[in-house]
Design a binder for this molecule. Structure first.
Ligand SMILES: [Zn+2]
Length: 89
């Protein structure tokens, strides 16, 4: 392992969603939940979770209300756990 040779991460590799991406997503979604159309408790969500290699790009970031965001997280995390089990065996 090389030490001290790590390149600085590009913006799209960051877990943080840039202001420009947020703005573009908000325009696309008309500032509504992209699943149910709710205007309340909106959150930015990684469609492919960051922990699974999802990037903070306009194609992977969506705006969801807290209800849909929670549901999406449950689906994504259980899928991630299933993948871990599959890879272990
Ligand atoms: Zn929703």
């Amino acid at each position: 392992m090389k030490i001290g040779s790590r390149k600085p991460k590009a913006m799209t590799n960051s877990r943080t969603i840039s202001a420009a991406i947020k703005k573009a997503v908000m325009i696309r979604s008309s500032n509504k939940c992209e699943n149910c159309g709710s205007k309340y408790n909106l959150h930015f969500d990684h469609q492919i979770p960051y922990s699974m290699g999802g990037k903070s790009t306009i194609g992977n970031v969506r705006q969801l209300c807290s209800n849909c965001n929670t549901r999406a997280a449950i689906v994504a995390l259980s899928q991630e756990k299933m993948d871990l089990y599959i890879n272990q065996s």
